[in-house]
Write a protein that binds this ligand. Structure first.
Ligand SMILES: [Zn+2]
Length: 182
């Protein structure tokens, strides 16, 4: 993804104008997968960026909030799931970078990609779980420990998990109200 122009942010109108500030929002499609582990941002996934670009004496100070969706494989039950994900970072792009790891202003733009990639990848869960109380797999059978509950809820998007839990409770109420136990 190195050099992906979608991450170039034009700063011409605040270049060398300390005190000037711009706020922008835009959406960028991830040019490739971000994250090599059990959690990742898929290629083509929308990255919603809230940008604040401030012109300071040394360069351009960028404050970026990223909202996207992370796909992950549950470390306990191995099921793949998706979940909303937010990360924020701040980076100074210097007019005259003094160290190798300092980012610079390139002509009329800054390249948000390297710090954005670092911020996202570092914030990805290292050992994701589909839900906090995921029971995991039975070490003997390899089946989900709560086979019944899992079959009932199916492959529920975690964003709807709360609703699914609510529905399950409703079913339980119905069952207990039925003296025949059907
Ligand atoms: Zn799980």
């Amino acid at each position: 993804m190195s050099g992906a122009r979608v991450f170039h942010e034009n700063i011409r109108d605040i270049y060398n104008r300390p005190g000037e500030m711009r706020e922008r929002t835009r959406t960028v499609a991830a040019p490739e997968r971000l994250g090599e582990g059990l959690a990742w941002v898929a290629e083509g996934e929308n990255l919603d960026l809230d940008l604040r670009l401030e012109s300071v004496h040394e360069g351009i100070l960028a404050t970026v909030e990223v909202n996207t969706t992370v796909h992950a494989e549950c470390g306990r039950c191995l099921k793949e799931f998706a979940t909303p994900f937010q990360v924020e970072f701040q980076e100074l792009f210097a007019y005259t970078p003094t160290e190798a790891d300092e980012y610079g202003v390139h002509g009329d733009h800054v390249d948000l990609e390297p710090p954005l990639r670092d911020a996202v990848v570092l914030a990805l869960p290292f050992q994701p779980v589909c839900r906090p109380d995921c029971p995991g797999l039975d070490p003997e059978s390899g089946e989900l420990r709560e086979a019944e509950a899992a079959a009932e809820s199916g492959a529920v998007d975690p964003r709807w998990a709360a609703l699914a839990g609510y529905l399950a409770e409703e079913k339980d109420v119905d069952r207990s109200a039925d003296p025949e136990g059907n």
